[in-house]
Design a binder for this molecule. Structure first.
Ligand SMILES: CC(C)(COP(=O)(O)OP(=O)(O)OC[C@H]1O[C@@H](n2cnc3c(N)ncnc32)[C@H](O)[C@@H]1OP(=O)(O)O)[C@@H](O)C(=O)NCCC(=O)NCCS
Length: 165
C-alpha cells in the first residue's frame, strides 16, 4: 500500500492510539488462529485483499496486534449507493469481550462514511450475529451455509451521510 494512502486513512481515524492501517499480510496473524484454526494459512487469504481500494485495520496494544478487520469495496444485492463488505473480523481469543471488536467496527464505519460509503454489509457467522446486532446491523438474508465455516446470515447497516450527522 502506498505511503500516501496510509497517511490519508490514518488521518481520518479517531482512535489513532490503538487502531491503524495494516497490510493484508499482517491480518493473517489474527485471522489464522481465530477464523481458520488448524487450516492452511492460505485459507486466510481473501479475494480482494491486495486491491488498492481494500482497507485493513488493526487494533494494537503495546505493539501487539490483537484484532483485525478488512473492508472491501463491494455492493450487496440491489442496495443503492457504494457498498462496503466487512470481512475477516477477528479478535485474539484471550482478548475477546473487552470492546476491541466493537471499536474496530465503529472506527471502520467512520472511515467508510468519510469515503462516501452508503452501507456496510457482511456474511456474519451465526455466533457473531448478536455482536453485529448490538452495533446496529440487521439480517437481510435467510440462514445459509458457507462450506467448512458454518451457518451465516448476511447483515447490513446503512451509514448516515456525513452532512446528516
Ligand atoms: C465476534 C468478535 C469479533 C467480537 O469482538 P469482541 O472484541 O469480542 O467484542 P466486543 O467486546 O467489542 O463486544 C461488543 C458487544 O458485543 C457483545 N458480543 C460480542 N460477541 C458476542 C457474541 N458472540 N454473542 C453475543 N454478544 C456478543 C459483547 O457482549 C458486547 O456487548 P456490550 O457492548 O453490551 O458489552 C470476537 O469475539 C471474535 O473474534 N470472535 C471469533 C471470530 C468471529 O466469530 N468473528 C466474526 C466472523 S463474522
Amino acid at each position: 500500500m502506498s505511503y500516501i494512502k496510509i497517511r490519508i486513512y490514518n488521518s481520518i481515524f479517531e482512535d489513532m492510539e490503538h487502531i491503524k492501517i495494516i497490510s493484508a499480510e499482517e491480518t493473517i496473524v489474527v485471522r489464522h488462529p481465530v477464523l481458520r484454526e488448524g487450516k492452511p494459512v492460505d485459507s486466510c487469504v481473501f479475494a480482494g485483499d491486495e486491491l488498492e481500494t481494500t482497507v485493513h485495520l488493526g487494533y494494537f496494544q503495546s505493539d501487539n496486534l490483537l484484532g483485525v478487520v478488512t473492508l472491501l469495496e463491494k455492493n450487496f444485492d440491489t442496495y443503492q449507493g457504494n457498498g462496503i463488505q466487512l470481512r475477516g473480523m477477528a479478535v485474539m481469543p484471550n482478548q475477546q469481550g473487552k470492546g476491541i471488536g466493537g471499536k474496530l467496527v465503529v472506527q471502520a464505519e467512520q472511515a467508510m462514511q468519510k469515503k462516501n460509503a452508503a452501507y456496510i454489509w457482511m456474511n456474519a457467522r451465526l455466533i457473531a450475529v448478536p455482536f453485529y446486532e448490538k452495533l446496529g446491523y440487521q439480517t437481510v438474508s435467510s440462514l445459509f451455509d458457507i462450506p467448512l465455516v458454518g451457518p451465516h446470515y448476511t447483515m447490513l447497516k446503512k451509514l448516515a451521510k456525513l452532512e446528516d450527522i
